[in-house]
Design a protein around this ligand. Structure first.
Ligand SMILES: Cc1ncc(COP(=O)(O)O)c(C=O)c1O
Length: 473
């Protein structure tokens, strides 16, 4: 078939609009002989019938394998250059107690960035010494709790935090390990990076201010300086940004060694994943190898010992493992600029369960989940049900042209920054999260009910108001 004139340049008409490209779909996504999508052997229709739609379905083995592969890849790459690595899972991508246990089971550390994320990790039974605590505006109460609980390391994001953390550590008779987050001036996104003299953003402190900040940290007996940190961006496919950031950080790291130990260096996360088959992703072992080479080269140039290197991938661990299942409600063909037709396929979720298309113009891939079809593919735009024209779930993809109300759609690679950024806009309940493994589906976070949605509104007379669930029962 020929491409729709409305299709973006990166999207080619598919040879088969039912295929499940391996780079995009969870490891254990397959088709049954009937054509139905199977997630770790569980039919999509069964998942929808049991848990409703929308529903996030996580391939547990996929998450565990990615976590283990990341740890193994960084361990072996950094062992090759004579040091060790620490892999933190960036919990902001998707955190619940079950995921915290999966990644801890793979011996990953976890990075949290609020009191709430800290509470989830602690509730999961994660050893606090294996947690890193981030955030550009940690409250004094959050800092106090992190220190009291024995969090392994706190990442200082501004000068004012140095005294706050030192005071908390003194109060709790602890020596708190800290890193210092730098605004390295390198910002990487997808295939490009920008290196600017002074970047206009809220995170970290500038390289120019870092020397004084480290002197301040070292002046407190209740603080132990572990090293520098930088996170240069997300969904990065090329190593150039890391090369530049590592070179800038290690130059400063070498200067800091003159006045005391600097045992570690944290290069952040941001390793890209495939949301569509146009995204070409570097395997984690290749990324780990490149980072090890960059750090080794820079350390040898500077004549300094290799530090322990920490990284913080989030999306690369959970992103590809998950699909969101939706049910198609309405379909309309809209004539665009008087010539081409765009087919809007509306589903029963939207920007409340996946804000990334609206927030970042992120692209996604969709497939029919209840069946396959040999119908000629049609370019579609999958929209949500919210009162916003920007409420798009998949801006452009081809689906079989006979897609119809009642069909189930699966959207791939929704494991990172979808559920964690979910909202109750238009009073939609946040969807449940289901883990699938070896043919068995297991609820790991329940969906919100109408009763949940009404529960915080103090103006409701609980005696007289009846929820939909109560009417149905
Ligand atoms: C400090 C820090 N570390 C790690 C990450 C994880 O990034 P990604 O999920 O793209 O790997 C982020 C994401 O925003 C971050 O801000």
């Amino acid at each position: 078939m020929s491409a729709s004139p409305l299709a973006p340049a990166w999207l080619s008409p598919p040879a088969d609009a039912n295929d499940l490209p391996r780079s995009v779909w969870p490891e254990n996504a397959t088709r049954a002989t009937s054509g139905e999508l199977l997630l770790a052997g569980v039919p999509a229709g069964d998942l929808a019938a049991r848990f409703g739609t929308p529903v996030f379905v996580m391939d547990e083995a996929d998450v565990r394998a990615r976590a283990e592969n990341a740890r193994a890849a960084f361990d072996s790459a950094f062992a090759r250059v004579g040091t060790t690595a620490k892999v933190y899972y960036a919990g902001k991508a998707f955190l619940c107690t079950e995921i915290a246990r999966w990644v801890s089971g793979a011996e990953l550390y976890i990075d949290v960035c609020s009191g709430g994320e800290l509470a989830v990790a602690l509730a999961a039974g994660v050893d606090p010494s294996r947690l890193g605590f981030h955030g550009n505006n940690k409250s004094v109460a959050e800092i106090d709790r992190a220190v009291r609980e024995g969090v392994g390391v706190i990442v200082i994001d501004s000068i004012i935090e140095i005294g706050r953390i030192a005071d908390a550590a003194t109060r709790h008779s602890r020596v708190q390990k800290v890193r210092l987050r730098l605004n390295s001036g390198v910002h990487a996104h997808t295939h490009e990076y920008l290196a600017t003299a002074r970047e206009d953003q809220k995170f970290g402190i500038t390289i120019a201010d870092a020397g004084a900040a480290v002197r301040d940290i070292r002046s407190h007996d209740s603080l132990e300086f572990l090293g520098l940190h930088s996170h240069i961006g997300s969904q990065i496919f090329e190593p150039d940004g890391f090369v530049e950031a590592a070179s800038r950080l290690l130059t400063l790291h070498a200067e800091l060694l003159a006045d005391g130990p600097v045992p570690e260096l944290n290069l952040g996360g941001g390793f890209g994943i495939a949301y569509t088959s146009a995204d070409e992703v570097l395997p984690i072992a290749v990324i780990a190898g490149k980072l090890a080479d960059i750090v080794a080269t820079e350390c040898s140039r500077l004549g300094i010992p290799m530090p322990v290197v920490a990284v913080e991938p989030g999306r690369a661990i959970v992103g590809p493992s998950t699909v969101t299942l939706y049910e198609v409600g309405t379909i309309k063909d809209v004539l665009v600029e008087g010539s081409a037709v765009r087919r809007y396929v509306s589903v029963d979720g939207g920007m409340s369960d996946n804000i990334r298309p609206a927030l970042y113009a992120a692209d996604y891939t969709a497939r029919l989940a209840n069946r396959t079809s040999a119908a000629e593919p049609a370019l579609v735009r999958i929209a949500g049900k919210h009162c916003e024209s920007g409420d798009i779930v998949v801006r452009d993809d081809y689906l079989p042209g006979d897609v119809t109300p009642g069909d189930l759609l699966a959207v791939a690679a929704t494991g990172a920054y979808c559920w964690s950024l979910a909202s109750n806009y238009n009073y939609l309940g946040r969807p449940p999260v289901v883990a699938v493994l070896n043919g068995v589906a297991r609820l790991i976070v329940r969906g919100e009910t109408e009763a949940d949605l009404l529960s915080r509104d103090v103006g409701i007379d609980r005696e007289t108001v009846t929820t939909e669930a109560e009417v149905a029962s």
